[in-house]
Design a binder for this molecule. Structure first.
Ligand SMILES: Cc1cc2nc3c(=O)[nH]c(=O)nc-3n(C[C@H](O)[C@H](O)[C@H](O)COP(=O)(O)O)c2cc1C
Ligand code: SF4
Ligand code: SF4
Length: 387
């Protein structure tokens, strides 16, 4: 493994910043072994919940929803998967097996409602050899996320110190995106003694079968995510990076190597990946590591620390700093335009017209420079130039 990929995430030495996020892909020793084989830095094992009901998942529990037209379409992963299915003793046995055989770091994930359980299970997973604990404070199916009880921050403030006091290994805290102010919640985690933040888990969503007039899947709300979810996470992480001292593992929407780089530029020390592995298998980890190294080669970086957090702070303009002058205008390359008229339908300024004789689109003086039409031209014939 290339040493340039190694990172220290909240006291944990990882050989790669890529962590496999808690879910079915990390549910047992066999899964961790695959992550180990392909070079992940760590696995966060599937969450073991205190509530018995959370150990049982319905079938089916996955729906990959593709919607929208052509170049205006999206993919959403809707799922309803509950926690680790066996006992806490079995969970500890998985940890022991991983630690005995594998090089990969093992982070136990627990989700409890009572202080007694948080403390007891934290001690048990530590004794079994877990390298760290990730407190699942974020499950979209948990009572405090699902029912909007409004007690998330007080719950975090109360429970994080309990786990911190119970163990000596690093304690990470996983955050739901369903928060009024993730920065405030990050600060509550920091004050509670968290050693690192995983931002984020997924939101609770709903899709509807319009003929049955009922929710799809198992008949209720489900966790939902997809390639699009990275943008919310990048935005908040870039701000968290400057407003807390905690290391961050960015999570949500990683579908290609560039996404890992974006997470690091926004301030993440580690990057968690989940659904990509469900969709393509464990070998994607190797691809992500290779892609990251080639970016580092191109820029001459010897460690990810050298570019971590570059796109934060003053690199991100405030509302006041944004340049509001109209400096750009669109232009059509007539040699590339095939006259399909995709662009003329969408300009709300009437800035792009169609020449019926030449059978080409052309820009007129009403173009506002909004920058929309280049994204929809199927031939790449439109670009933005200075006025
Ligand atoms: C099927 C499935 C099961 C999950 N189970 C857990 C879990 O047990 N504990 C947890 O903390 N997060 C769980 N998650 C959330 C993931 O760890 C991760 O935060 C989320 O999927 C966002 O990453 P992604 O966009 O790469 O999938 C689960 C996600 C999926 C898709
Ligand atoms: S969308 Fe592109 S190819 Fe089609 S008419 Fe407009 S500029 Fe030409
Ligand atoms: S850049 Fe915006 S305003 Fe100008 S032609 Fe394209 S869509 Fe219209």
């Amino acid at each position: 493994m290339d040493k340039r990929l190694s990172v220290n995430y909240g006291g944990l030495e990882l050989r790669s910043p890529i962590i496999l996020a808690s879910s079915g892909i990390t549910k047992a020793y066999e899964n961790a072994a695959k992550a180990d084989h392909y070079g992940a830095g760590a696995v966060v094992l599937k969450t073991k919940f205190e509530e018995e009901m959370m150990a049982h998942s319905p079938t089916p529990r996955f729906a990959v929803i593709r919607r929208g037209k052509g170049d205006y379409s999206s993919t959403t992963n809707l799922s309803y998967e509950q926690g680790y299915e066996k006992s806490i003793e079995d969970y500890c046995e998985e940890i022991r097996m991983c630690k005995k055989d594998l090089e990969i770091s093992v982070i136990a994930s627990i989700g409890c409602s009572t202080k007694t359980c948080w403390a007891q299970w934290a001690k048990m997973v530590e004794a079994a050899g877990a390298d760290a604990i990730e407190m699942n404070l974020s499950c979209p199916h948990s009572d405090y996320v699902m029912n909007e009880t409004g007690r998330m921050n007080s719950f975090i403030a109360e429970m994080v110190p309990v786990v911190k006091q119970a163990v000596h290994i690093p304690v990470f805290t996983k955050m739901t995106p369903q928060l009024e102010n993730p920065i405030y919640t990050a600060q509550v985690m920091e004050q509670g003694g968290s050693d690192g933040i995983c931002a984020f888990s997924r939101c609770l969503g709903l899709d509807i079968d319009i003929e049955k007039q009922a929710p799809v899947l198992h008949g209720g709300y489900g966790g939902h995510g997809g390639p699009w979810s990275i943008h919310y996470a990048l935005r908040w992480i870039s701000e968290m990076y400057t407003k807390t001292r905690l290391p961050i593992s960015g999570c949500g929407g990683v579908v290609e190597g560039d996404d890992v780089i974006k997470y690091i530029l926004a301030g993440s020390t580690a990057v968690q990946v989940c659904f990509l592995v469900y969709a393509y298998g464990y070998s994607v980890v190797e691809t992500l590591n290779t892609h990251l190294l080639s970016y580092m080669d191109r820029h001459g970086y010897q460690s990810t620390q050298e570019f971590r957090g570059i796109v934060t702070g003053s690199r991100i303009k405030s509302l006041q700093e944004v340049n509001r002058e109209k400096t750009l205008i669109a232009t059509v390359n007539p040699d590339v335009c095939v006259g399909c008229r995709r662009c003329t339908d969408i300009c709300i300024f009437e800035g792009i017209r169609y020449d019926t004789e030449k059978k080409k689109a052309f820009i007129n003086s009403q173009c506002d420079g909004c920058g929309l039409c280049p994204s929809f031209c199927p031939r790449g014939a439109i670009s933005m130039i200075h006025r």
